[in-house]
Ligand binder design. Structure first.
Ligand SMILES: Nc1nc2c(c(=O)[nH]1)N[C@H]1C(S)=C(S)[C@@H](COP(=O)(O)OP(=O)(O)OC[C@H]3O[C@@H](n4cnc5c(N)ncnc54)[C@H](O)[C@@H]3O)O[C@H]1N2
Ligand code: MOO
Length: 579
């Protein structure tokens, strides 16, 4: 979890006073929320100059609760909304289209606040998807093979995730690798200690190993007498001395305590005085037996289970494994994924021009998959060409192929026909979730799957989190993380039948503690909200109120994430003096 300790007094929690977001208060998190949650410029209407026919800033702040008609000021039918002021303002309801809706078409398929979406679930889903586990095991919503034109009912969100997780019956066989190569993989067997830890009685402090009550004779001072505890038994040495009652010897932190020693006296607690040609060590007060000695086996005994099979190999696990004597680990291989980005309109660089736009998914998906522990090459752009898609899918050997775009039924949406041509088994064909409902999952061959992400960028994120993440996690043999819930900081409207995934940022609240503040700019084609988010909140059909505890899907990068950065070549900072 990230950001739980942030001091957030932000006014920018979505749906509260969003349009005040332009006044930054100097608090970094406040500023971040304000930046992402406001202010918005009303969208231009096609063919109109900037601002023409759009709500003014004053109107935007007025919270009138009505959506203006196209250039007439006429009000659309009232739509029940929780954060009325924002949702009622053009350009504000997530992805309000450039053409404001007419009064008889009060919302569009894109509108995340629309109470009912004609393109959403074609059959009712359970009224509350939070209880999907009460429903019988899902069998998917693959289309009727006898009728290729039959509409496919969208699956409830939890059921779709469940199918994705269970699509993998057996993860690829584990393999053994050097420790470092196991990072990010899943332990195939319990991590069992190969040694006691510590493996010998160890001094926890620099000072003297002492035997019995003081004062003690320093019979074995190593080095000069003045060097005190800096000499004596050093870490890494195996002492042969046996201390007798009344004797002491200098010892360093981490050194093996000689037999006969009953405690370690810290250097700052002891005083060495000359005495009759020798030296005596005095302590201001009695030293309890065992003080500052880490006894052998304190952390574990050889054979103890340190971690179960299925644990994720994190940097800390690598450290523990090394301490416990491992040179190699047996772990499940990382899933291998290939990403094909479809769309003739996509540009790889520069500014959007003449109807063409930048590819936002290629740059996002490969590192997102890396963050999920998946091996993948840079995304491959593919033209909107059925033949090219067929060739690419037929040639791929990846465990999971991820396509973006082409999932709907437009003239160049080739994913469904290509899957049919390949004889793939469609397991999920549409999910009752917004955004992202045309997402799909298919089995290309035993052990090989395809996740079709919709082209709208936030819809693609939704598909990634809904279908790809559980599938990849099962392939990596990870145990599903138990869902956790955080109270919502502001109400979120929701359609009656579809789950919504809404970007949220953590904030602290006096009453509830950690809360999830919904972020604006959450329309299907927008990435501005998710780019500032800590997680996606799973809003059940019908929406949620402030204080409702919602399941969160955390994004796979915690605060301070460094993308596993490693220098390509060793860098000598001193040589250049530059950073
Ligand atoms: N008749 C219907 N039309 C649509 C429906 C529907 O149910 N019936 N669903 C809508 C929804 S919801 C979505 S989401 C999209 C899904 O479309 P596709 O998966 O076929 O994707 P495209 O049409 O190729 O693109 C949609 C949109 O996204 C832009 N895009 C695509 N790829 C990228 C990318 N890599 N980077 C940035 N933007 C991308 C593309 O230009 C389009 O604007 O279908 C709706 N239509
Ligand atoms: O517009 Mo679509 O809901 O899948 O993003």
């Amino acid at each position: 979890m990230t950001g739980g300790q942030r001091d957030d007094t932000a006014r920018g929690a979505a749906g509260t006073t969003p349009d005040e977001g332009d006044s930054h208060g100097g608090d970094p998190f406040d500023d971040a929320l304000a930046l992402v949650n406001g202010p918005r410029r009303p969208p231009e209407r096609p063919g109109a100059g900037a601002g023409t026919g759009s709500a003014t800033g004053a109107e935007a702040r007025s919270g009138s609760g009505a959506r203006p008609g196209p250039g007439t000021g006429a009000e659309a039918p009232t739509v029940r909304m929780s954060y009325t002021a924002r949702a009622a303002t053009p350009g504000d309801a997530g992805d309000t289209p450039r053409t404001p809706p007419t009064s008889d078409v009060p919302y569009t398929p894109d509108d995340p606040f629309a109470p009912d979406d004609p393109f959403a679930s074609r059959t009712p889903s359970p009224s509350d998807a939070r209880h999907a586990s009460d429903t019988p095991a899902p069998t998917g919503n693959r289309p009727d093979p006898t009728d290729p034109t039959a509409p496919t009912p969208a699956l409830p969100w939890h059921a779709a995730r469940d199918i994705a997780r269970r699509a993998v019956t057996e993860p690829p066989a584990p393999c053994t690798s050097a420790l470092a190569a196991a990072l990010g993989r899943t332990l195939a067997a319990p991590l069992t200690a190969l040694t006691d830890l510590p493996s010998f009685d160890t001094s926890a402090m620099d000072g003297w190993a002492v035997a019995g009550p003081g004062p003690w004779r320093l019979d074995h001072p190593a080095g000069t007498p003045e060097s005190g505890p800096a000499a004596g038994i050093l870490a890494g040495h195996a002492p042969t001395e046996v201390l007798l009652d009344g004797q002491a010897i200098a010892i360093a932190t981490g050194a093996r305590v000689p037999s006969g020693a009953t405690a370690v006296l810290r250097s700052e607690h002891g005083e060495v005085r000359a005495s009759g040609g020798g030296q005596r060590l005095y302590a201001p007060r009695p030293v309890p037996p065992g003080q500052d000695i880490r006894p052998r086996g304190q952390e574990c005994r050889r054979g103890d289970q340190l971690l179960p099979a299925g644990a994720l190999v994190t940097p800390a696990v690598l450290g523990l494994a090394a301490a416990a004597g491992y040179d190699e680990l047996t772990a499940h291989p990382r899933p291998r994924a290939e990403v094909f980005v479809l769309g003739d309109e996509l540009l790889a660089s520069g500014l959007p021009e003449e109807g063409r736009i930048r590819d936002a998914l290629g740059p996002m998906l490969a590192p997102w998959l890396h963050a999920l522990g998946v091996e993948t090459a840079p995304a491959r752009p593919l033209a909107d060409d059925a033949g090219a898609l067929y060739e690419a899918l037929a040639a791929s050997t990846a465990d999971v192929v991820i396509t973006t775009g082409g999932t709907a039924s437009g003239p160049v949406d080739h994913v469904h026909p290509t899957l049919r041509r390949l004889g793939a088994e469609v397991l999920v064909d549409g999910v009752a979730v917004r955004p992202g409902h045309p997402m799909l999952l298919a089995r290309l061959a035993p052990g090989r799957h395809l996740v079709g992400l919709p082209g709208n960028p936030l819809a693609a994120v939704s598909g990634l989190c809904t279908l790809a993440e559980p599938l990849l996690s099962a392939l990596a043999a990870r145990r599903p993380a138990p869902p956790y819930r955080v109270p919502l900081a502001a109400p979120v409207h929701g359609p009656p039948r579809d789950t919504r995934l809404v970007p949220v940022a953590y904030r602290d609240d006096e009453r509830y503690g950690l809360m999830a503040a919904p972020l604006h700019f959450h329309g299907p084609a927008m990435l501005r909200g998710i780019a500032a988010a800590d997680a996606l909140a799973v809003v059940p059909p019908g929406g949620a109120q402030r204080g409702d505890e919602l399941e969160l899907l955390e994004l796979p990068w915690p605060a301070g994430w460094s993308a596993g950065w490693t220098p390509e070549a060793p860098t000598d900072w001193n040589a250049s003096g530059e950073r």
